[in-house]
Design a protein around this ligand. Structure first.
Ligand SMILES: NC(=O)c1ccc[n+]([C@@H]2O[C@H](COP(=O)([O-])OP(=O)(O)OC[C@H]3O[C@@H](n4cnc5c(N)ncnc54)[C@H](OP(=O)(O)O)[C@@H]3O)[C@@H](O)[C@H]2O)c1
Length: 306
């Protein structure tokens, strides 16, 4: 498969501040490393300090740069997201890139600290909250970007429907359907947020989503060994897995071609999301549902503000 972009094409990022969720391993770690190599100031937003700090030391050693730091973020806890937001704001930094990369796939049924199904809580809810609360800084820092890492697995929702009301019912839980639902949410959130920004007249905050490819990372930890052996045959490494999101996150083409609200696949190719991820109706349904949860679970929540 030809590549429309390579990591070497990431432009100089001097003066740019970037948050990478899940920047301690897998695709997120490659993104953090490549951004620091190009002189960005990177904040690794991860849940486990020991893992994040080890990665940061590795990246510092490799790049001879100290423009990388850790702020703890556990996406399974809305209180942790609130704390992350206030710690980031206290630094009085601009924000040019929010890379919503962290995710879990097909884990056994569990609830987050706030009582929400864990894949939905991690992959969508916490990222929605984080993103909308950081919007004022992203707007002030234009040109700026948000990249929401989705997956082609969103297409697996095909025979199941975009159901949200039974989300927290263990008896209705299927690990793979729940994952597909969250990756559908990433696409729907991207487009709804983009439309709201456009309506508000925010023209230089570019919001897009992507599928990184089938990538050899720790994401498959809940698959069986046989399935993982099959997947390994046709998967790509994390460097190639980082290409599509790094294109959306950094390429000057995104601004030159005014790319926003779109879904991209390897390697930096525009694509079309599946039916459930393509309707205006599901965008609105997801936005309202998410706002309702946040207003119930976050003390003093004042809404997404857009
Ligand atoms: N790999 C693929 O084939 C593939 C395909 C399509 C889409 N994707 C998407 O690509 C993204 C990156 O995945 P990956 O393949 O790089 O997986 P990975 O190696 O498992 O990395 C996932 C990252 O998310 C973090 N994370 C998970 N739960 C978290 C939480 N509660 N709070 C904060 N961070 C949390 C992990 O932290 P810990 O290290 O602490 O667990 C890790 O840093 C995901 O959104 C995934 O859905 C991957």
């Amino acid at each position: 498969m030809g590549k429309n972009f390579t990591l070497e094409q990431i432009p100089d990022m001097t003066g740019k501040v970037c948050i990478v969720t899940g920047g301690n391993t897998g695709i997120g770690k490659v993104c953090a490393l490549e951004l620091v190599k190009k002189n960005a100031h990177v904040i690794v937003a991860s849940r486990t300090p020991s893992k994040a700090l080890a990665t940061i030391e590795e990246i510092k050693a490799e790049t001879k740069s100290d423009k990388i730091e850790f702020i703890q973020l556990d996406l399974l806890s809305l209180a942790s997201v609130t704390k992350f937001i206030s710690e980031f704001k206290a630094k009085n930094l601009p924000l040019h890139l929010l890379l919503n990369n962290a995710g879990v796939m097909a884990c056994p049924f569990a609830l987050s600290e706030d009582g929400i199904e864990s894949q939905f809580a991690t992959n969508h809810l916490a990222h929605f909250y984080l993103t909308t609360q950081l919007l004022p800084i992203l707007e002030q820092s234009q040109p700026s970007r948000i990249v929401n890492v989705s997956s082609s697995a969103h297409k697996m929702l095909l025979f199941h429907g975009f159901t949200l009301d039974t989300l927290n019912e263990k008896s209705k839980y299927s690990p793979s359907v729940a994952y597909a639902r969250t990756k559908t949410c990433n696409v729907l959130f991207t487009r709804e947020l983009d439309q709201r920004l456009q309506k508000k007249g925010v023209k230089n905050l570019y919001v897009n989503s992507n599928h990184p490819g089938i990538v050899r990372t720790e994401l498959v930890r809940h698959n069986g060994p046989v399935l993982n052996a099959i997947i390994r045959q046709f998967s790509i490494d994390a460097n190639d897995g980082a290409i599509t999101q790094m294109y959306l996150a950094t390429s000057p083409e995104v601004e030159a071609k005014d790319i926003h609200g779109q879904y991209y696949v390897p390697f930096a190719e525009p694509s079309t999301p599946s039916g459930y991820a393509a309707t205006q109706e599901n965008q609105t349904k997801l936005w309202d549902f998410t706002e309702k949860i946040l207003s119930e679970k976050v003390p003093g929540y004042a809404g997404a503000g857009i």
